[in-house]
Structures are given as structure tokens and as C-alpha cells.
Design a protein around this ligand. Sequence first.
Ligand code: PLP
Length: 291
Amino acid sequence: MLIYLNDRFVKEDEAVVSVFDHGFLYGDGVYETIRSYGNRIFMRDQHLARLRRSADAIGLTIPIPEHRWPALLHEAMTRNDLGDERTDAYLRITISRGAGGIGLDPALCQTPTLVIMTKPLTPPSPQTYRNGVSLIVAKTRRNLPSALDPQIKATNFLNNILAKREAIAAGAFDSILLNWESHLTECTISNLFFVRTGRLCTPALSCGLLDGITRDIVLSLAREARIPIDEGHFGIEAIHKADECFITNTSMEVMPVTIVDGHPVGVGTPGPLTQQLHRDFVANRAKFLEP
Ligand code: PLP
């Protein structure tokens, strides 16, 4: 695997970052995960815009000009024989504050570190979509937005990792995190939706969750299909009483959830609205790809 590190492609074993990098020392950095379908990148400009917003929010200068991204991402794919008719690509861009003396002052670091990694994107198996996945509600709460804004995709992911550890310990696929007011937010790497009496419900951004790109697409597809939407503040009981549940992110698209806290969601199989929205997503996907 060839990795883009700062200004060139290097072999995996040469892709090494300093122990003084503030990304390593303090989690001071931002990242974005992107995917392709074949050679076309999904929602490229939206992902790059979110990367820019994350970087701006922490006062980090992205070390390459905006216009270079598309060619660089494609070069990362082609150099690794990915992003073609055989293999979709997963791309991760990481930008950290860079190497500097020990201390929190970002001015200690002269140059940000930039990394682009790619690997084949392996989607969940058809069986996983057929069966759905299980979630628990974690004891770990989602970060308070006024403490760490969830819109910043930061390389400090401990909040989510602690919740993921709880899911693993419980034998579940993932965790739902509640916020400081015990309202539902999202899962560790995905947004949360559920269906109650024909209405599509999802926690509002003001609950403290990432404005997911797939979440946004699903909401517009639901609007087009005239499905009533409740974007609001929901307690844990709302998810326990749901008829259907699903989670969304760039690599899973729309994944049915059939068990929450050990109990079946609805009848315990992927629900009709979940399946309709996933079908609509797949049918409309070409609109969201590069030309
Ligand atoms: N929420 C969190 C915490 C995430 O890390 C992600 C994915 O990166 C998402 C939601 C889903 O976002 P997207 O649909 O933009 O991939």
C-alpha cells in the first residue's frame, strides 16, 4: 500500500510520523473518511468541505491548496490499484498539527502532517443487511458540544472508542450514545434513525451529533418520498418502542438495526421503510458521485 505523507507517496513501512507529532501526543488533528464507487468518489466536495470546517474550527491550516484534492485522491487510488471497476476504495485523510515541542500551544508545531491512506472498501455482507445489526445504549455519554463540538471530526476519538468498547463487551455491533440530557444522539461512527407509526425520526443536530453526509441524503430521500420526518429530541424509550431502526454512514449506507439492548426492534427484521430508503439510496447514488 502506498501512502501519501506530506508531499509524496511512500511505502507503508516508510509512512512514519514523529513521536513529537501533536496528533500523537494530544489528538490534535482532524480527519475525514471518504469512499469511491468504482472510480467515482462519493460526495467528494461535501467531505472536503467538512474537512475544511473541522480544520477551521481548530485553527489548523490545510497544507495543500483545495484544487489539488481531487487529483491527489485519485492518484492515491490508482497507485494502489483501487477505485476501478473491480474495487471500490476507502480513503482516509488525516491532518494533524504536526511535530513540535511538548506543550499544548499549537504554535509549537511549524508544519501540519498530512496523510492519505487507501484500502479496498469491503461493504458489510448481504447477510448483515438481511439480518440487521444489534445496538446497545452505552453508559458513555456523547461529548457535550460546548466542550468538544461533534461537528469537528477530530483525531481524538476516545469518546466514541469508550462507547465502542462497551458494545464489544456486550457482544453488540455498536453503541448508541445519549447526550448530557439523556437524549439519543448517534452511534460511534454512524447516525441513528428509527421509525415510529410511519414517521421517520432522527435526533436533531442540536442533540450533539455529527451532521452526517449520508444522514442528510436519507432525509432528502424521505422528503422526496413524502415520508413524515421528526428531527427532534428523543429519550431512550423512543428507541425501545420503535417499529424500525437503522444507522447510516458513508461505508454502510443504510444498515438495518434489529436488536436494541437485547430486545427485537418491531418484529425483529429489517423494516419496510428502512428497506425502501436503502433502495432509494442505491437508485439515486449516481447523483452523488463525481461526474
Ligand atoms: N457520526 C459519527 C460520529 C461518525 O464518525 C460518522 C462517520 O464518519 C457518521 C456519524 C456518519 O457520517 P457520514 O454519513 O458523513 O459518513
